[in-house]
Design a binder for this molecule. Structure first.
Ligand code: SRM
Ligand code: SF4
Length: 541
């Protein structure tokens, strides 16, 4: 048990109680036992909650068929790893599938508890981990999906994201120092210009910023910076401005606020540790609806929070650079793009609502091997990128049959569609999302013509996993009323802005029955996004 659990005062909610009784990570040593017991005979708290500490989620909607949430730091997988994930879901036939998530990550479905020991052995053999990916842990750490490929990036986030994950999870083995946080915690690091990670909706985010007046040595930190040999002591130094407290929940949604702190890349891991220690030891634990980091910042004020972080860090934080370098509109990376490496390309494939079959996963792995370097990237828009395809191989790659399903040039509405899991597998869901999202977009595309993508995000309940607040049009599942009856419906959000000057959208219309949604969306597309009714559609009407 960590200090946190022993120093909590006041009444404990039931989650705090079961965490104090037995740390979630303890189930790691009991996987063989659970596998022989079977899911029905297991202790319910272990099964429904503690297993999430190793990334295994009991699904009340499909009892006995578990979901596994991986960690894919910076959204990067090797073809080898993808094949292992494909093999895992393949054995479950129609029950087996996978989803690319809104945190640049992957989840597997249909998992049987008796297979867990073998699954974990396989993960281990290819360097995959699912540890600490659910409940009161730090979620997958997001980074630029084209890190190391993008000629315009300011910093390649890959290594740093991996280092933060290694610190938090003890290189994927599990780290009891950070397994009893008051609540979930999200971290994002971006070194690009377009805020590809939605920094503003993370509890802790690092955005690129140049700081002047640092001198040859870090005066305030006492640490030497890795400055280019060509730079002189007057030239600005690259680092990150820090944002804190962004989150969505059913009760409250907030964009992250500046901490007024700048860090050089080499201090990012230490700052993550310091912030998490403050959150772990001083975060609010009485009410789970008020436990995310922003609630603590509200209670203390930003200055006190900042100074507690400095104490943990053991040195003062440097004040923020006056501006950050997020000055581009957000890219979606779908299509063919030149890399900074001459003669190489990355190709973004549109994976409709992130859903993959085992066959798709094997095929993505094969394409990455045959045409690229065996690497696959995932995006927060639930799509996949295959990097390192030589110019000479591009035409052949683009003729592959998988690209008929996962297009490099999808229709403008399909292109930007994002959807959370919804009622098919999630017991919080108030509505079905993924299939409905696809059907609605298909129908709209038959009715209207658009000259640019419109980002439509679906989320099955107010938890906002599908991030409706960042969308051009966000749809949040709710119960609506029609002719005196309760029916599936949505609240409509608009005005979400991503990339530079990102800000959250707000609810503009409540309780629209799903069965009446299509004409409402069509109107919004015409009024606000320049959609034109298609000629054929006009004739039919
Ligand atoms: Fe989420 C809980 C799915 C991203 C806010 N989320 C859940 C659970 C675990 C609930 C459950 O046990 O069924 C969902 C699992 C359903 C399933 O079977 O897939 C679930 N969340 C997802 C995913 C898979 C949605 C997707 O289709 O992509 C995303 C997985 C990300 C990952 O790889 O780790 C996912 N969830 C998010 C995000 C978006 C983000 O991080 O950018 C949010 C809003 C941002 C945030 O957290 O601040 C989000 N999920 C929540 C919340 C509300 C948190 C809160 O403070 O109240 C819950 C409920 C909770 O934690 O109590 C939740
Ligand atoms: Fe489930 Fe709600 Fe999250 Fe959708 S938003 S995955 S329905 S918890």
């Amino acid at each position: 048990m960590t200090d946190a659990a022993t120093t909590i005062t006041g009444s404990l909610n039931r989650f705090e109680k079961f965490k104090a009784e037995k740390d979630g990570l303890a189930v790691k040593a009991e996987i063989e036992k659970f596998a022989s017991l079977g899911w029905e005979a297991m202790d319910e708290t272990d099964r429904d909650h503690r297993l999430k500490w190793v990334g295994v989620f009991f699904r009340p909607v499909t009892p006995g068929k578990f979901m596994m949430r991986m960690r894919t730091p910076n959204g990067i997988l090797t073809s080898h790893q993808m094949r292992v994930l494909a093999e895992v879901v393949q054995r479950y036939g129609d029950d087996g599938s996978a989803d690319i998530t809104t945190r640049q990550n992957i989840q597997l479905r249909g998992i049987r508890i008796e297979d867990l020991p073998e699954i974990f052995r396989k993960f281990h053999s290819v360097g995959l981990t699912s540890v600490q990916s659910g409940m009161d842990n730090v979620r997958n750490i997001t980074g630029d999906p084209v890190a190391g490929l993008d000629a315009n990036e300011l910093f390649d986030t890959r290594e740093l994201v991996q280092q933060v994950q290694d610190m938090l999870t003890n290189k994927g083995e599990g780290n009891p120092e950070f397994t009893n946080l008051p609540r979930k915690f999200n971290i994002a690091i971006t070194g690009g210009r377009d805020n590809s990670v939605h920094a503003e909706i993370n509890d802790l985010a690092f955005v690129p910023a140049f700081k002047e007046g640092i001198g040859d040595r870090g005066l305030e930190t006492g640490k030497e910076f890795s400055r280019s040999p060509l730079a002189n002591s007057q030239s600005p130094v690259f680092g990150f401005n820090i944002l804190v407290g962004g989150f969505f929940s059913a009760k409250r949604c907030e964009a992250a606020i500046p901490l007024n702190a700048w860090v050089p890349p080499e201090d990012v891991v230490a700052v993550c540790r310091a912030v998490l220690e403050v959150f772990r030891d001083r975060g609010l634990r009485a009410n789970r609806l008020k436990s995310r980091l922003m609630w603590l910042i509200d209670e203390w004020g930003l200055e006190k929070f900042r100074s507690e972080v400095e104490q943990r860090l053991g040195k003062p934080l440097i004040s923020a650079a006056p501006k950050d370098e997020i000055d581009w509109e957000k890219r979606d990376h779908i299509g063919v793009y030149k890399q900074k490496q001459p003669g190489l390309n990355y190709v973004g494939l549109h994976v409709p609502v992130g859903r993959l079959t085992a066959e798709d996963m094997f095929e993505i792995a094969r394409l990455a091997d045959v045409y690229g370097s065996g690497e696959i990237r995932l995006t927060v828009e639930q799509n996949a990128i295959i990097p390192n395809i030589p110019d000479s191989r591009l035409a052949l790659f683009l003729a592959e049959s998988l690209l008929e399903k996962f297009s490099v040039d999808p229709q403008p509405l399909a292109r930007s569609l994002v959807s959370c899991t919804g009622a098919q597998f999630c017991n919080f869901a108030l509505i079905e999302t993924k299939n409905r999202a696809l059907a609605t977009i298909k129908a709209l595309e038959e009715q209207v013509e658009l000259t640019r993508p419109v980002r439509i995000h679906w989320t099955g309940c107010p938890n906002s996993c599908g991030q409706p607040q960042v969308a051009d049009i966000g749809l949040m599942g709710t119960k609506a009323r029609k002719n005196g009856k309760a029916v599936e419906g949505v609240d409509i959000y608009m005005g979400g802005k991503v990339g530079k000057d990102a800000h959250l959208g707000t609810c503009v219309q409540k309780g629209v029955p799903c069965e009446d949604l299509q004409p409402v969306l069509q109107d919004l597309l015409i009024k606000h996004f320049g959609a034109k009714p298609k000629q054929e559609a006009l004739v039919i009407h």
